[in-house]
Write a protein that binds this ligand. Structure first.
Ligand code: NAD
Length: 488
């Protein structure tokens, strides 16, 4: 890429063919092609780390824990994270350009991700020295207390859809708690991971506290999950790979946090304020071209207002435009030809379903880009594959229901349980639904709450286990030790 970002507009401040290990930038033995999803063109190369680089990274992380990083106070760690957050803020436009070009994300959405990364650093900067144990009243002659200690070396495997946000919530919390991290970004999108590492280095993060090894999942990723020196694994990605990660972790009895997929519903009761709900109903489905784990891919609507909701959502869909990331339309391309093939395959299952509306791919979108027009499907049976399986593309199904019990049965009727939304002006029903919906997060009369870094996030069922974000993540990145002193 000749030192330029893909679009040529932002200078790179790192070399994407290098890995970052123990504070050193090292050329990887081999590389992988770097593709621009908006054009399909190969525009450079990225490092292809493997088992050797992962081993070196784990060794460097362990050395950091035995060195200055391990000796830092929580307040000093917090100050460092704050400095990293400040640098991320200063480079937010450049980071957004990189992400837009690398992932195909419309520029505004990419900028929001960069700001979220900064917010994660700020939040965990402030939280680092507020992570405390407890004293426990016990038998006469004892003093008992708990300590929250870091696991040690933590492994972080990140997907391509929201690299900056996921790095922020996972690595940010792990560093705040005093761990040393080995980060394996997705092979489709590792530029902002390397950019972030360079900013962390500039902020003064001690060598080895953060190591970044781009590479393929079944090479670098598998090596990280199999490494005996890794004491905790944080994985965000597909259910199938999550199962492999959990199985690999079991060999060394290592705890895992799994943030997997979803088929999240928004339930719309007849008394909902539709003017308020409508933007959320559509945006939560098409944001990032539907490649969002918490996408609201199922819209459940009480029968008496079903036709109205479908019609109003369809009007919004008809206005949606899809095009190159830097042109900043409503949607960008999908990440890859493979992802487009998967999504097209799902859409071919629509058969005799009602296509209520489709958006438009702009006429000047490059032919090689991975564009899919967003599709709204109505009158879908809850058991249909399109209403059960994660499409991970810009498609939503709208399903009618008769009353609350049926709404709950449909909403809870997939293997997933990541996020759910409920729209009603009846406060009692809203609170009841919050209890009845099977999900890690429930939103009442909103969806996503602006993404708040403060809000614990994670799933149940196939959506995974463990929590990231908020203060809760810090507990996951620590081990609780109980100390019982007998002093008579
Ligand atoms: P993926 O599981 O294919 O890849 C995710 C990461 O795992 C990548 O870094 C990849 O290189 C790595 N990987 C692949 N094979 C591996 C192996 N054998 N061992 C170790 N690592 C391996 O998923 P994807 O297609 O990149 O992402 C899409 C999926 O991620 C969707 O299902 C989506 O819902 C989910 N996701 C979940 C969340 C969440 O927070 N719950 C967030 C984003 C994405």
């Amino acid at each position: 890429m000749d030192g330029q970002a893909k679009d040529g507009a932002a200078r790179l401040w790192f070399d994407p063919t290098e890995v970052f290990i123990g504070g050193h930038w090292l050329a990887a033995a081999t590389t992988l092609p770097l593709e621009d999803p908006s054009t399909g063109a190969e525009i450079g190369a990225i490092a292809r780390g493997g088992a050797a680089e992962i081993d070196a990274a784990v060794t460097a992380a362990q050395a950091a824990l035995d060195g200055p990083w391990g000796k830092m106070t929580a307040a000093e760690r917090g100050r460092l994270l704050a400095r990293i957050g400040q640098l991320v803020l200063e480079r937010a436009d450049d980071l957004a350009m990189l992400e837009a070009a690398d992932v195909g994300k419309p520029l505004k959405q990419a900028k929001a991700d960069a700001l979220a990364l900064a917010r994660y650093m700020e939040f965990y900067a402030g939280a680092a020295d507020k992570l405390m144990g407890e004293t426990i009243p016990y038998l006469d002659g004892y003093t008992v207390y708990t300590l929250r200690e870091p696991h040690g070396v933590t492994g972080h495997i990140v997907p391509w859809n929201y690299p900056m946000q996921i790095i922020g919530r996972s690595v940010g919390a792990a560093l705040a708690a005093g761990n040393a991290c080995v980060l394996k970004p997705a092979e489709e999108a590792c530029l902002t991971a390397l950019a972030f590492a360079r900013l962390a280095e500039q902020a003064g993060l001690p060598a080895g506290a953060l190591n970044v090894v781009p590479g393929l999942g079944d090479e670098a990723g598998a090596a990280l999950t199999a490494h005996p020196g890794v004491r905790h694994l944080s994985f965000t990605g597909s259910v199938a790979v999550g199962q492999l990660v959990q199985a690999a972790a079991a060999r060394h009895v290592v705890p895992v946090t799994l943030e997997l997929g979803g088929k999240s519903p928004q339930v719309v009761f007849a008394d909902a304020d539709l003017d308020k709900a409508l933007p959320f109903l559509v945006n939560a489905g098409i944001q990032n071209a539907g490649q969002t784990c918490s996408a609201a891919s199922r819209i459940l609507v009480e029968r008496s207002r079903y036709a109205e909701v479908v019609e109003r959502m369809a009007a919004r869909y008809a206005a949606l435009k899809v095009g190159p990331a830097l042109a900043d339309h409503d949607l960008g391309p999908l990440i890859s030809a493979r992802q487009k093939e998967i999504v097209d395959g799902f859409l071919s299952l629509a058969g005799d379903l009602t296509v209520a509306a489709r958006g438009t791919v702009v006429a000047d979108a490059p032919a090689g880009g991975h564009y899919v027009a967003p599709t709204l499907l109505a009158d879908v049976r809850p058991g249909h594959r399109l209403a059960q399986e994660e499409i991970f593309g810009p498609a939503q199904v709208v399903i009618p229901f008769a009353e609350e019990d049926e709404a709950v049965a449909i909403a809870n009727g997939t293997g997933y349980g990541l996020v759910a939304g409920c729209w009603t002006e009846n406060a009692g029903r809203a609170l009841r639904m919050a209890k009845r919906l099977r999900a890690g997060q429930v939103f009442l009369n909103n969806y996503g709450a602006g993404g708040g870094v403060e809000l614990p996030f994670g799933g149940v069922g196939l959506s995974g286990h463990g929590r990231e974000k908020g203060f809760e993540a810090l507990y996951g990145f620590t081990v609780l030790k109980t100390v019982a002193a007998h002093h008579g």
